[in-house]
Write a protein that binds this ligand. Sequence first.
Ligand code: ADP
Ligand code: F6P
Length: 322
Amino acid sequence: MGKNKIAVLTSGGDAPGMNAAVRAVVRSAIAKGMDVYGVYRGYNGLLNGDVEKMNLRSVSDIIGNGGTILYTARSEEFKTLEGQKKAAKHCQELGINGVVVIGGDGSFAGARALTNAGVNCIGVPGTIDNDIACSDYTIGFDTAMNTAIDMIDKIRDTAQSHDRCSIVEVMGRRCGDIALQVGISCGATAILVPEVSFNIERDVIERIINTQKTGKKHFIIVVAEGVGGVNDLAKYVEQRLSIETRATILGHVQRGGSPTVRDRVVASLMGHKAVDLLAQGIGNRVVAMKDNKIVDFDITEALDMPRVFNKNLYDIAKTISI
Ligand code: ADP
Ligand code: F6P
């Protein structure tokens, strides 16, 4: 048997900590005597042969950098069976028998397809959204939340000076985890997430009125991207309560920046685990964090799992943010 050759790619939306994961994959693979290739721009790199052999120094000085040195992309061609066969053929021509795919659940569906086409793949959860059901944590979540809270603390300063209400939209696609944890961390008067049904009168207006009665004059409302509508909500609050109200959509600022210690450590552990699995000839798995341990799941099992929202934390936020 020839030398074990693996590759690593980042796919879908980027997330702070992806570089730390790439670094861990490259160095763990080299430590096991494998050859390791970096694939540029997600699955597109496998289709175009945009692949480069990495060495220990290829990943120097990147652990603290946001973005991804491998770039990322969404590839329509790879979603087709022909695309998947072409990507597998390019891997086989290079002798690559395993690929670590760092991304979200779309990228994992791609990893399953590539495994079915004959190249073992391991998924590593890299997305700020924390929306991978099988994992308590996804790489980038902590950094994104810390960026959001930094921004909201600044918004609070000006909301306070002007006795205003500020409605802030945070990212998360269909997942309310960023909104929930950021909301509790900034003492938001209301947190709106897609996982919990709400009524604007009861869950926003009444909560502001009740807080006003205790003497508070400025308010932060955190809204998940999956709920949206912050501009309309700001207009409604202003008309309904005669409180000057502003809306802010934090947007892509949450996707960048130097990863936190948590993201660097988790990314390092998950990247290392992915290589460990490939080294044993195991594919079609997703690396995950469960109860602070790094574990792995079958990709299909992982993709079929329902996400559980932390309703307990949501209820506590409602009680104490008043
Ligand atoms: P994320 O990984 O962040 O969820 P996307 O959903 O955009 O991001 O998926 C990233 C890429 O993964 C897509 O552009 C596509 O190339 C690949 N992909 C997504 N879904 C599938 C699928 N069902 N089959 C094969 N490849 C897929
Ligand atoms: O998945 C990460 C994420 O930032 C989501 O929170 C958001 O819905 C989406 O990606 C934005 O995608 P794009 O970078 O294509 O605008």
